[in-house]
Design a protein around this ligand. Structure first.
Ligand SMILES: Nc1nc2c(c(=O)[nH]1)N[C@H]1C(S)=C(S)[C@@H](COP(=O)(O)OP(=O)(O)OC[C@H]3O[C@@H](n4cnc5c(=O)[nH]c(N)nc54)[C@H](O)[C@@H]3O)O[C@H]1N2
Ligand SMILES: Nc1nc2c(c(=O)[nH]1)N[C@H]1C(S)=C(S)[C@@H](COP(=O)(O)OP(=O)(O)OC[C@H]3O[C@@H](n4cnc5c(=O)[nH]c(N)nc54)[C@H](O)[C@@H]3O)O[C@H]1N2
Ligand SMILES: [Mo]
Length: 613
């Protein structure tokens, strides 16, 4: 391998050589090392090699199967391990068996299945390609939202639209994927059903329903069972409770196993219904690898040779690298988090993060709109400048869908290229470009009830206490927005000089909606108006502010205790707070869930550097 000296490696990693040396020294000095990695390593065109490099290092240094020593992939989905155990991947059969002939034959014997699949199925990207080419004509999408989350999602939408038969099982009524469904099945969500889940340390836990089934919703296993029976497979799908399915799963794991397969639920093979109800969390596989033995014929681990794949130089037309990922307070396509006003406030619009120096070169203004384009597609985002962003790179979140926004459609952008072994798309590195988008007016619309998504360049929906808020921007005449306002008594103020218009709609004296737009003027802070929605309308409503002075707390940092950035900054400076704990003692911020503690730590550091400057 060429780049093996410290300096070239540091250069390739874009790290100061001294930092890299320090990292190597730390690694060498501490035999108990856990390497935590997630999608920055996996979602790459060379992801498998990257993961194998980490695993090789742990094997070579004996750092596996011991307390405090392991390569540890931080699995994303809460039950991703459970999905693998039952064979929920195109590349495996159930119970950790694969497609070698012995495994196929064994699973076939166990299930008395005459027509076993003998080779892996299509992984997600290939699968949608096959749908698009008409090779797959019936598709059942369960518990995923591919019209949003797949790379090159525009192509995926075309494939879904052309597919002759699409079934979507979901727990919410409308998703970007369910728009393409011929049949929609209402599924029960996690708090409404029971079964087991497995976490990253191989611990299987019972999950019990805490809510009744709403409406016609049914657990996925029940829906699958009913469909299978109606297709004629009554005896193969006899289940009427999760315990029966679990027993079969345990029996398959132990079937003709004799210790050859690590995944074995031997003690649960004959578990009774009552014992299943009371099942305490347990870890399968015991102390795997602790004795230095691995599940290979000679018991020795196998290092996998890896290569450092060189990535292409940036292309002239697409000079930037687009990175995509998550926000602290949203989950994937927002079906779990989008309805919570508290979570929505942390970052209420889809932002594209840009380094300030790049922004100057590219003519991008902080808080302006910009269009991110790739060879696959384009979408508009709100620009936010960040020195935490690397130069030449952009970061956008994956959460916004047609249900909330006209922009922020990240899935349209990544290439449908995948790692050759895992099939994982290279979600973190798409060649891209960005350009400012001119707007002629800005505004927002606040309403108690549901409002149709405004038809303008930028409309982003945010759930707020008591209603919904749309942030708006566009070109041309914003007057068409009036049609979206509910019926009621209208109060209006116009400032022609600044091109501003403010409309409030009252119902029985209470504020039902407010529409504020401006060409050149300022818009009031949304917080006070949000608090007025559904309340008896105050004369100050069109001013957008209460009479008299008001404390501006800034964006909320600690959601649990509702503490704003400006409140923290001023407390840190005036009370000389030097630790996250001290801020917690003074303001309660950061003392509950803890997810804002890094943000508070940064504010303390900023105060220190300002004080020392
Ligand atoms: N709040 C919240 N939490 C979640 C989720 C959510 O939607 N919301 N989703 C869950 C799921 S399913 C998953 S898979 C996990 C994902 O968890 P993560 O993988 O931690 O999350 P990502 O936001 O995808 O970001 C990956 C990070 O990798 C960095 N990165 C990009 N390129 C590279 C590279 O070449 N090398 C390295 N080392 N890093 C790189 C990115 O800058 C980014 O900071 O999160 C889980 N947890
Ligand atoms: N650009 C880019 N794209 C990415 C990623 C990235 O980092 N960058 N990350 C990728 C990763 S790691 C992941 S995990 C995916 C996530 O992408 P998706 O899996 O598509 O996203 P979710 O929003 O979790 O979709 C789950 C759907 O199932 C529904 N649902 C929830 N519970 C149940 C249930 O019990 N039964 C049924 N039938 N439905 C249910 C939800 O309402 C929702 O519509 O996105 C991937 N896409
Ligand atoms: Mo994930």
């Amino acid at each position: 391998m060429e780049r093996s000296d410290l300096w070239s490696v540091a250069k390739a990693c874009d790290l100061p050589p001294a930092d890299l040396r320090r990292f190597f020294e730390l690694f060498a000095a501490h035999p108990r090392t856990v390497t935590l990695f997630s999608q920055g390593v996996n979602q790459s065109l060379r992801g498998t090699d990257q993961v194998n490099a980490i695993v090789n290092l742990h094997l070579a240094t004996g750092r596996i199967g011991k307390p405090g020593a392991a390569p540890f992939s931080i699995t994303g989905q809460p039950n991703a391990m459970g999905g693998r155990e039952v064979g929920g991947l195109a590349s495996t059969l159930a119970a950790h068996m694969g497609f070698v002939p012995d495994d196929v034959a064994r699973v076939g014997r166990f299930w008395a299945a005459p027509n076993m699949a003998c080779k892996p199925g299509l992984k997600a990207v290939d699968l949608f390609r096959a749908v698009g080419e008409g090779r797959i004509k019936a598709l059942w999408v369960m518990a995923t939202n591919p019209a949003v989350s797949m790379p090159d999602a525009g192509r995926v939408r075309e494939a879904l639209a052309a597919c002759p038969f699409v079934v979507v099982s979901d727990v919410v009524t409308d998703t970007d994927t369910s728009k393409f469904a011929h049949v929609r099945l209402p599924a029960a969500a996690w708090g409404e059903k029971d079964g087991t889940v497995t976490n990253s340390e191989r611990r299987i836990s019972r999950q019990r329903a805490v809510l009744d089934l709403p409406g016609e919703a049914r657990p996925d296993w029940w829906i699958v069972t009913q469909v299978a029976r109606r297709m004629g497979w009554r005896t193969a799908f006899p289940y009427d409770r999760p315990a029966e399915i679990f027993r079969e799963h345990a029996r398959l794991s132990a079937y003709q196993n004799q210790g050859a397969r690590l995944f074995e639920l031997r003690e649960q093979v004959a578990i009774g219904n009552h014992a299943y109800e009371a099942l305490a969390p347990f870890r399968w596989g015991g102390d795997a690898f602790a004795d230095g033995r691995f599940p290979t014929p000679d018991g020795k681990a196998r290092l996998v040779p890896v290569q450092q794949m060189t990535l292409q130089d940036p292309l002239a037309k697409w000079p930037l690298t687009l990175n995509t990922g998550r926000y602290r307070d949203h989950w994937h396509t927002m079906t779990r988090t989008g309805l919570s006003p508290k979570l929505a406030r942390h970052r209420d619009e889809p932002l594209v993060e840009v380094h300030p120096d790049d922004a100057v070169e590219l003519g991008l203004a902080d808080r302006g709109l910009a269009r991110v384009s790739t060879p696959q597609g384009d979408s508009v985002f709100r620009v936010t400048l960040s020195t935490g962003q690397r130069r030449g790179e952009l970061f956008v979140p994956i959460h916004w869908t047609d249900q909330q926004s006209t922009g922020g459609r990240t899935g349209l952008l990544p290439r449908p290229l995948v790692d050759p072994h895992s099939g994982q798309p290279g979600f973190k590195s798409t060649p891209a470009t960005i350009a400012p988008v001119a707007i002629e007016w800005r505004g927002f619309l606040l309403a108690t009830g549901e409002v149709k998504q405004p038809d303008c360049l930028w409309a982003t929906r945010v759930q707020v206490a008591g209603g919904v808020l749309y942030e708006l921007a566009g070109q041309g005449d914003p007057v068409q927005l009036d049609a979206l306002l509910p019926k009621g008594e209208r109060v209006e103020a116009v400032d022609r000089a600044r091109g501003s218009r403010r409309v409030a709609v009252l119902k029985d004296g209470k504020l039902a909606a407010a529409l504020f737009v401006t060409r050149e003027g300022l818009l009031p802070s949304r917080e006070w108006l949000i608090a007025q929605i559904g309340e008896a309308a105050s004369p100050a409503v069109l001013a957008g502010a209460p009479p008299g002075a008001r404390e501006d707390r800034g964006p909320i940092v600690c959601l649990c205790f509702d503490v704003g950035l400006k409140t923290i900054v001023s407390a840190v400076a005036s009370q000389q707070l030097t630790s996250v704990e001290a801020v917690g003692a003074a303001l309660s911020a950061g003392t509950n869930c803890g997810s804002c503690r890094p943000a508070i730590r940064r504010l303390i550091e900023q105060n220190r550097s300002v004080a020392n400057a």
